[in-house]
Design a binder for this molecule. Structure first.
Ligand code: PRP
Length: 334
């Protein structure tokens, strides 16, 4: 039996599909490494989040478990969350864009439907049929809601497993399914409609609303989770740059740096004197953070104003005063 002293907060992670490995890698990069003593076990712990039990479930089951409160937190795709979260507010989204698992729920038709390329032409095609259009999907709620707005006459065929084969086998005319690279559609001679995206998706962190209101330990866990997740996401596209530079004073060097486009730093550069063994004392070390995409420009600019010995390192975290999403969550609970 589980000891409530040891684990009173539960978080579910995907056990299968592309989100499974990426979720573990993401939490690891956030400094929240999962410890799973036995790969066949469906439970694990996070060393830096004591008192938390990690469970592994199918992405769709994660949403259901968070909704009914049998687990407190979950990491899953926005597609299944929107499909299954219900409309009574039991599921609260804590972070809506974890930056991985990007895909979209989209309508796709057989490649041979030459006349059908968007919703309007699909509607025209459907009107020529003597029966409703048959659409295979694992997402009846989102697909139905979307099609109702289009005024297309349809019937949904619920399917599990590989529904891309449904049109070829003949039990559906077309499909509504997740598309990421588009390879599975191409392999099955299907093509997405130009304006047929029903739900853009990526990995999202959710919580049970009632748990957050009643369980202070769960709130403390959210705070730490969001601290590390936000700090990591803020940092991951940035690089830390150190360079040596000569100048009359830190202010004189900063003035030179501010004439450039990319090397002004987040708030401004940090400039520290270098304690030279002998010789010219007017050497400084400048430190700035730049976006990864601006690295080459930054190095060029540093050189142009006399920078040398440039050292570049990745940035692990950038912490702000308080995680904005934690504040937003407190506001939502109040
Ligand atoms: C999804 C979806 C497609 C595939 C599309 O399946 O059902 O089969 O990904 O990806 P692509 O556009 O990159 O080819 P997933 O692997 O998530 O697992 P599932 O079959 O259990 O839904």
């Amino acid at each position: 039996m589980e000891n409530p002293e040891i684990a009173t907060v539960r978080i579910s992670l995907p056990s299968k599909g592309r989100l499974a490995e990426e979720s573990i890698a993401f939490l690891d990069a956030c400094g929240l490494s999962i410890y799973k003593p036995n790969p066949r076990q469906y439970q694990a712990t996070i060393k830096d989040l004591p008192g938390v039990t990690v469970l592994f479930q199918r992405p769709s089951d994660i949403v259901t478990s968070v909704r009914d409160g049998s687990v407190d937190f979950g990491l899953s795709g926005l597609d299944v969350i929107e499909e299954r979260k219900g409309d009574n507010g039991d599921v609260l989204v804590l972070h809506e864009a974890l930056g991985f698992g990007a895909c979209s729920l989209a309508l796709a038709v057989p490649e041979t439907w030459n006349e059908v390329y968007d919703l309007a032409s699909l509607g025209q095609y459907a009107a020529t049929l003597s029966r409703p259009l048959r659409i295979a999907t694992k997402y009846p709620v989102l697909t139905g809601r979307f099609l109702d707005k289009q005024g297309i006459s349809y019937t949904l065929i619920s399917a599990e497993g590989t529904l891309e084969t449904a049109p070829a086998i003949g039990y559906a005319d077309m499909i509504s399914d997740l598309v990421s690279s588009g390879q599975t559609l191409r392999d099955n001679r299907l093509r997405p409609l130009e304006d047929g995206v029903i739900q853009p998706s990526q990995a999202v962190l959710i919580a049970n609303h009632a748990t957050l209101k009643s369980n202070p330990q769960a709130l403390a866990v959210v705070r730490q989770l969001l601290e590390f997740i936000e700090a990591r996401l803020r940092a991951k596209d940035n690089l830390s740059i150190f360079a040596n530079m000569r100048g009359e004073s830190p202010e004189a060097i900063a003035a030179r740096m501010f004439t450039q486009q990319t090397i002004g730093g987040l708030n401004g550069p940090t400039i520290s004197p270098i304690v030279v063994r002998d010789g010219d004392p007017n050497w400084y070390d400048v430190h700035i953070i730049v976006h990864r995409n601006e690295l080459f420009a930054a190095i060029t600019e540093l050189r142009a104003i006399g920078g040398s010995g440039v050292v570049v390192t990745p940035v692990t975290y950038i912490f702000e005063e308080e995680p904005p999403r934690y504040k937003a969550m407190l506001a939502a609970l109040a």
